[in-house]
Design a protein around this ligand. Structure first.
Ligand code: AMP
Ligand code: GLY
Length: 423
């Protein structure tokens, strides 16, 4: 089987690592990939949004399975385009990827189908939004409707901040067309948990839980990022929480999408908040989380390609997902300055140490080859993941492994997984 993975971050590295273990996979390609993925796959210099080039490449190489890892190409309809030329592809079609692509859509879906989420109003008119905000309760949350690299969410403490937020999102269009519609949402509090799941249109099977750390600095300070580190499982995701979500959130979402004529096949990533009133959905994503995938996939006992094919064929009910009874922590090594300005092109040393240690992984997020050297090529550079018998051991191991690698301007948070001490 010839497999093409679309994307080039730590998530795609974790996917490639799993795909390479399947003996039926005779050739693995990744577009565009990165220097770490190149260990498992032939990386081809085609961007994830270059649909024509991707399809031409897939046809020429007779790709049997394409796995689309990223949100932009999914929301843009890459899966539909692959299917239209007879290439099997894993991920939601465009009409289902809207679950992530439009927050206004997903909020309306949850309201209509009784899925617990924060109260909200959608606005496509800035003046009406400003009127509403005058009498709203603060803090309040403003969200650009569309994809905004995870940055289109503003938490506003008072009316003045909210007025500025409306200007940023709807008038100045800082997040582009994403801000044509804006969701105004009740501010809710609690622990956040990420639950990823496989979906075949009808059946949903959830994976082990994880938690991300989105802010750039220790103590959840600083700017929002794509994610600075993760741990899995979350000790706050108890059996009771899982039972509630299985009953009130997961299957209901899949059924709601079918009822809307938008059958969902692929990954649904539930961003949950465990509030005092019970778990609520903060957001849906239509793909593996990054860096959630880096702690969840290494703990999965099933063969990823087998599960992915079962989803495409509508046979997920035959699959029993199994995870190791241990824990994993991923610490992101970033370029100092991320998520704002940072320098690239610095040589990375020490990567070979990971080969000598089982249960340790160095997933590449932003790296490339410069001759035979590997250099930094992004804000998030590496995801250092380690397993342990429990979260405490996994965290110790992961932080130990962050010392094995070095590059100029290396930056990381030092408190990934610290919340587990309170569990
Ligand atoms: P989202 O992209 O919707 O997950 O939002 C990014 C982050 O903003 C979340 O991980 C939360 O920390 C925060 N957030 C989003 N919606 C709310 C809300 N209604 N109340 C409080 N915090 C929120
Ligand atoms: N780590 C959060 C995300 O992938 O959206």
């Amino acid at each position: 089987m010839k497999v093409l993975i679309v994307g080039g971050g730590g998530r795609e590295h974790a996917i490639a690592y799993c795909a390479a273990k399947n003996s039926r996979v005779e050739k693995l390609y990744c577009a565009p990939g990165n220097a770490g993925i190149a260990e498992f796959a032939e990386c081809v210099p085609i961007g994830a949004m270059e649909f024509d080039n991707l399809v031409e490449f897939a046809k020429e190489k007779e790709i049997d399975l394409a796995i689309v890892g990223m949100d932009d190409p999914l929301v843009g309809g890459l899966v539909d385009i692959f299917e239209s030329v007879g290439i099997r592809a894993f991920g939601p079609r465009r009409d289902a990827a809207i679950l992530e692509g439009s927050k206004a859509f997903s909020k309306n879906l949850m309201k209509k189908h009784g899925i617990p989420t924060a109260a909200y109003e959608n606005f496509d008119n800035a003046q009406k939004a400003l009127e509403y905000l005058k009498t709203a309760k603060y803090p309040i949350v403003l969200k650009a409707d569309g994809l905004a690299l995870g940055k289109g969410v503003l938490i506003c403490e008072d009316l003045k901040a909210a007025e500025e937020g409306v200007k940023t999102i709807m008038l100045d269009k800082k997040f582009g067309g994403s801000g044509n519609t804006m969701v105004v949402e009740e501010f809710i509090t609690g622990r956040e948990v990420s639950v990823l799941s496989f979906v075949d249109g009808k059946t949903i099977k959830t994976m082990t839980s994880a938690q991300d750390h989105k802010r750039a600095q220790d103590g959840d300070k600083g700017l929002n990022t794509g994610g600075m580190g993760t741990f899995s499982p979350s000790p706050f995701y108890t059996k009771e929480v899982d039972e509630f979500c299985q009953k009130n959130i997961y299957q209901k979402t899949v059924d709601a999408m079918r009822e809307e004529g938008r059958e969902f096949k692929g990954i649904i990533f539930f961003g949950l908040m465990l509030t005092e009133e019970g778990p609520k959905v903060l957001e849906y994503n239509a793909r593996f989380g990054d860096p959630e995938a880096q702690v969840v996939l290494p703990r999965m006992k099933n063969d990823l390609i087998d599960v992915v094919t079962a989803c495409i064929d509508g046979r997920l009910n035959e699959v029993e997902l199994e995870f190791e009874d241990n824990a994993a922590v991923c610490v992101v090594l970033a370029s100092n300055g991320y998520p704002l300005a940072y320098e690239k092109g610095f040589e990375i040393s020490g990567l070979e140490t990971f080969k000598e240690h089982d249960g340790y992984y160095c997933f590449h997020a932003g790296t490339k080859f410069d001759g035979d050297k590997i250099v930094t090529n992004g804000g998030r550079v590496l995801g250092v993941t380690a397993k342990g018998v429990d979260l405490k051991e996994a965290r110790e191991n992961a932080y130990k492994a962050t010392e094995w690698v070095d590059f100029a301007n290396k930056y990381m948070r030092h408190d990934i997984g610290k919340a587990i001490d309170e569990a």
